[in-house]
Design a protein around this ligand. Structure first.
Ligand code: DGL
Length: 267
C-alpha cells in the first residue's frame, strides 16, 4: 500500500488528513506540520517556497512517500508549480479555495472567501477567480477577505482570539455598500478554518453555507493513486505525525480533531 505525505504550516492540514483517512483507510499517511515556521500566510512568497521545497525533500528522503498532498492553500498557491517542476516523478495534490463548488452551491450569487493574505495576493488565486467567474452563466459577486491572525489563533487554540479574529474579518467582508445582498455561501480558503467552523457559522447565521475542501481533495487523491473506495465505516489506518516545532500542540490538536491519542515525533 502506498505511503502518502501531507504537509501544512501547522495543525490546519489535519482537516484534510481527517478526510483523507476516512476516504483511504488503507493508506499510510505521514503528516508533517511546519509549526516552527507558521503562519505561512503572513510570510514572504520566497520563505513559503523554500519551506515547501525543503519539506518535500525531507518527506521523500526519510519516508519514501509515493505522493504528496500539499494540505495548505498558501503553499499550494505559492509553491506547487515549482514543486511539480522540481519533482516531476512525484504526484502532487494541492488545495485551493473551494470557489468552484461555491459557485454551484450559491443561490443568490453572493459568495465570501476567507483565506490567508498569501493566498489572496497570489497570481494563482487571481487566475482561479477569473476562471470561475468566466464560466458562470449568471454574474457572481465574490468578496475576498485576507484573514491576518486567524490561522495563528487556531494554531494556538486560543478560543477568545479565534472569536475576535473571525468576527473582525467577517465584519470587513460585510463592510461597504449597505444595499448589497448578504452572502449566502462562505468559502473557508485556509485549511485551518474548518476548525473554527462553529464560531464562523454562529457569526454568519444558519442560512450561510460554509464550504471547505477536505473531502474533494481526498477523492482526488484516491483517483490519482488509482485506489479502491472502502466501505463506509472502515476503520482508518495508522498514520505518523511529525512536527518542526512544538510537538504538544499538534498532539492536542490530533486528539481534539481526529479523536486519536498519538505521539508526535520531531521532524
Ligand atoms: N493552513 C494554511 C492554508 O491553508 C496556512 C495557514 C498559515 O500558516 O497562515 O493556507
Amino acid at each position: 500500500m502506498p505511503t502518502v505525505g501531507v504537509f501544512d504550516s501547522g495543525v490546519g492540514g489535519l482537516s484534510v488528513l481527517r478526510a483523507l483517512r476516512a476516504e483511504l483507510p488503507q493508506v499510510h499517511f505521514v503528516y508533517l506540520a511546519d509549526n516552527a515556521n507558521a503562519p505561512y500566510g503572513e510570510r514572504s512568497a520566497q520563505v513559503v517556497l523554500d519551506r515547501a521545497l525543503r519539506l518535500t525533500e525531507q518527506l521523500r528522503a526519510e519516508h519514501r512517500i509515493d505522493a504528496l498532498v500539499v494540505a495548505c492553500n498558501t503553499a499550494t498557491a505559492l509553491a506547487i508549480d515549482e514543486l511539480r517542476h522540481t519533482h516531476p516523478d512525484l504526484p502532487f495534490i494541492g488545495v485551493e479555495p473551494a470557489l468552484k463548488p461555491a459557485a454551484v452551491l450559491t443561490r443568490n450569487g453572493y459568495i465570501g472567501v476567507l483565506a490567508t493574505r498569501g493566498t489572496v495576493q497570489s497570481a494563482r488565486f487571481a487566475q482561479l477567480l477569473e476562471r470561475v467567474s468566466a464560466t458562470q452563466v449568471r454574474p457572481l459577486h465574490v468578496r475576498v477577505q485576507p484573514c491576518d491572525g486567524l490561522a495563528d489563533a487556531i494554531e494556538r487554540m486560543d478560543a477568545a482570539a479565534v472569536h475576535e479574529r473571525a468576527a473582525f474579518h467577517l465584519a470587513q467582508l460585510r463592510a461597504g455598500d449597505p444595499h448589497r445582498p448578504p452572502i449566502d455561501t462562505l468559502v473557508l480558503g485556509c485549511t485551518h478554518y474548518p476548525f473554527a467552523r462553529d464560531v464562523l457559522q454562529s457569526l454568519c447565521g444558519p442560512d450561510v453555507l460554509l464550504v471547505d475542501t477536505g473531502e474533494p481533495v481526498a477523492r482526488r487523491t484516491r483517483t490519482l493513486l488509482n485506489l479502491e473506495t472502502h466501505a463506509p465505516g472502515t476503520e482508518p489506518g495508522a498514520f505518523t505525525l511529525l512536527s518542526t516545532g512544538d510537538r504538544t500542540s499538534l498532539e492536542h490538536a490530533a486528539s481534539r480533531w481526529l479523536g486519536v491519542a498519538v505521539q508526535v515525533a520531531a521532524a
